[in-house]
Design a protein around this ligand. Structure first.
Ligand SMILES: Cc1ncc(COP(=O)(O)O)c(C=O)c1O
Length: 451
């Protein structure tokens, strides 16, 4: 396919120019258009009825935005601080990504399949194995499938070991198997047991001096009780859905050393952390690159990938699927990886660091002015959280809906306390945007207090 054909180049240029004009009009948050409010509400009601469950936010996108701003179908414009739970790293209507999608749209197929792939899979796998220094990878359509494939690879090699170690509060996805790793019993209500998992405490930032001891004790206890039965330890290096809790290098290293000595595979789930700490992979930030065996990514990459060292290569027939991913998603993943590696995103002076500092400064100042309403801030890099009021799900829910109404989209994380979570579009967000978001948070706190 020759995408350098002059007509294609001219066509793309005129589409992108037309889009650029429209995007320019999206500059500030604004309330819904009252004329569209009634039909919007009926769309929301129909969508909720069809999916058989309420939506968390009354969100139906219009298909356009500008960086962190998204235009909804009710005519409102909002700051999107959760990015589809960590997906839209470059925000909304990012022209370079749209250009990739246009190139993808004129390829011969919409979905690439594992039986017949174009060069995209090869390019992506070359880039991501090189970036991760892991040997092999398998592309898939979601974080959950990437994790499922990781577990299959691990269990096959570790046969007949059947147990897993995981951190309390972890999240790994919602398939039948993963629901039994995700440490939320309410997420697996009524499901048959598929996996046996022994939990150990995650790093306790409130008690750093005793945290490692408590975790190693629990770990040794499981190893004593079930000798030679654990196939892997599943690790999120920053717990995302669990409440946005980072760990430390020393903590992870010690746990990994014990696990390795017991023949336990080190499986790091980077579905949420990929590109959100101060290195491309959190395992690189925590200096664990020589210790990990199997790693998964998804979300900000736009496709799921399971990565492993060659000694973990599964036997033929263990992993396969019809779909590799959509051509658009593969092109987006290739763009994302190249951009993140060539741009100034990571390290002490990178964009992620600057963004984190801007959030911390603003949220700390809000905490100082409203100490009973905002606790924290918490998190690392482009994973930011705070606790609202007493951290109850009810008050946090009310606050988040008001915040949405006022122009900022955020989400929950964890329980006891439930925290307000931001996974902002780190690739494009500026310190100025943070100031606007902060002003809307303050307005929302004041409204809450005047209830
Ligand atoms: C750490 C982690 N692993 C796995 C998943 C599952 O990914 P997906 O929702 O794409 O299936 C998630 C999703 O939030 C996640 O945060």
């Amino acid at each position: 396919m020759n995408i350098d054909h002059p007509d294609i180049i001219a066509g793309k240029k005129s589409i992108l120019n037309a889009l650029r004009e429209q995007i320019k009009t999206i500059t500030h948050h604004r309330p819904p258009d009252p004329q569209r409010a009634i039909s919007y509400e009926s769309h929301i009601n129909r969508l909720e009825a069809l999916r058989g469950a309420p939506l968390f936010h009354s969100y139906i996108g219009s298909g356009i935005g500008n960086g962190p701003l998204v235009a909804l179908a009710d005519g409102s414009i909002k700051y999107d601080m959760i990015s589809g739970i960590g997906v839209h790293y470059f925000g909304h209507s990012y022209l370079d990504l749209i250009a990739c999608s246009l190139d993808a749209a004129i390829q011969d197929v919409i979905m690439q399949g594992n039986l017949e792939q174009n060069t995209d899979s090869l390019t992506l796998l070359e880039l991501i194995t090189e970036a991760s220094k892991l040997d092999c990878g398998f592309i898939t359509t979601s974080g959950a499938m990437a994790c499922e494939n990781a577990l299959k690879i691990i269990f096959q090699k570790q046969h007949p070991k059947t147990r897993l170690i995981a951190f309390e509060g972890c999240f790994m996805g919602r398939t039948l198997a993963l629901s039994h790793i995700t440490d939320r019993p309410e997420f697996r209500g009524g499901l048959p047991t598929t996996l046996t998992v022994d939990y150990i405490p995650f790093y306790d930032y409130e008690h750093p001096e005793t945290s490692l001891k408590a975790t190693t004790q629990a770990l040794y206890e499981h190893l004593r009780r079930y000798p030679n039965q654990h196939a892997a330890i599943c690790m999120e290096l920053v717990q995302g859905d669990g409440g946005v809790y980072p760990g430390t290098k020393e903590f992870f290293k010690e746990i990994i050393t014990i696990c390795k000595a017991h023949g336990i595979a080190i499986f790091v789930d980077e579905v949420q952390t990929f590109a959100r700490t101060y290195e491309l992979f959190a395992f690189q930030y925590y200096d664990l690159q020589d210790l990990v065996d199997v790693v998964t990514v998804a979300k900000a990459l736009h496709v799921g990938v399971t990565l492993w060292r060659k000694e973990w290569t599964p036997k033929p027939l263990l992993i396969s699927q019809t779909f590799t991913a959509a051509t658009t998603a593969l092109r987006a993943a290739i763009f994302t990886l190249k951009e993140l590696q060539n741009g100034e995103y990571f390290g002490a002076l990178g964009r992620v660091h600057k963004l984190h500092n801007a959030f911390i400064e603003e949220l700390t100042s809000l905490h100082e002015r409203y100490p009973e309403m905002i606790r924290g801030p918490f998190g690392i890099g482009a994973m930011v959280a705070f606790t609202f009021a007493d951290g109850s799900p009810e008050k946090t829910g009310i606050f988040l809906r008001k915040l949405f109404h006022n122009g900022v989209i955020a989400f929950v994380a964890g329980s006891e306390p439930t925290r307000v979570r931001f996974l902002p579009p780190a690739g494009i967000m500026t310190e100025d945007h943070v100031l606007h978001v902060s002003a809307i948070i303050e307005q929302t706190i004041q409204e809450y207090l005047s209830l």
